[in-house]
Design a protein around this ligand. Structure first.
Ligand code: IMP
Length: 208
């Protein structure tokens, strides 16, 4: 298979930054949804990360006719029965579990405030990040990988780097949050880093 361009199907700037860093070693041009004027909306309405990632990769690949990588990721908290899970991006607005959290600064901040509210006084703070990454070629060939990062929910937000729930996630073996780590170190240990490195190994075998 010969490929010279891959679309990373995300509009999340934090994610895109991490993907670009991880794909440096692959000699293909990386483009993102921002590079297209014509936009389509793909609704992430499935109940698993994998189904959402497959849906995104396929719909964008077929619409733009370009090999596409899509990811669905999220935070699973043991004490909350796996929530926010597939609702991670808009957990603040998810009324059915824990009620709505008003946005004051940003959606990311509101998500964090909601998690901290639900976790107040809880002893079991175990959590994990999950990443499912799907590569889909419009000629109907696909690959899927996943990665996990285990850790715990901090008592309060700390750090300015990263995105999403990074300021309240302390990886196993660390005493600081993900938002206090440089991008290289986060990618080295993260769910996304692990899933993408597995995908890179597979892609290197088929891209000649
Ligand atoms: P997605 O774009 O549907 O995959 O949404 C993923 C959501 O999960 C993001 O908006 C973040 O809230 C959260 N998330 C996923 N990966 C990370 C990460 O590496 N750090 C912090 N939050 C993350």
């Amino acid at each position: 298979m010969s490929i010279n361009r891959i679309l990373i199907a995300t509009t999340n700037k934090g994610k895109l930054r991490e993907f670009k860093e991880l794909f440096k070693e692959l000699e293909v041009e990386i483009i993102s949804l921002e590079d297209f004027e014509e936009k389509i909306e793909v609704v992430e309405d499935r109940l698993t990360f994998l189904e959402n990632a497959i849906k995104k990769a396929k719909e964008y690949a077929l619409f733009y006719n370009i090999p596409t990588i899509a990811e669905d990721a999220g935070l699973e908290i043991e004490e909350l029965g796996g929530f926010p899970g597939v609702y991670s991006a808009r957990f603040f607005a998810f009324k059915e579990f824990g009620g709505e959290e008003p946005i004051q600064e940003s959606a990311d901040r509101a998500n964090i405030m909601k998690v901290l509210r639900l976790m107040e006084g809880k002893e079991n703070r175990r959590a994990r990040f999950v990443s499912n990454v799907v590569f889909y070629n419009p000629d109907n060939f696909g690959l899927w990988t996943e990665g996990y990062l285990y850790g715990r929910i901090a008592e309060k937000p700390q750090g300015e780097k990263g995105f999403g729930y990074d300021p309240i996630f302390i990886p196993e073996g660390y005493s600081v949050t993900l938002a206090q780590l440089d991008i290289e170190e986060k990618n080295r240990i993260s769910h996304r880093g692990k899933a993408v490195r597995k995908l890179l190994e597979l892609l290197k075998k088929i891209l000649k």
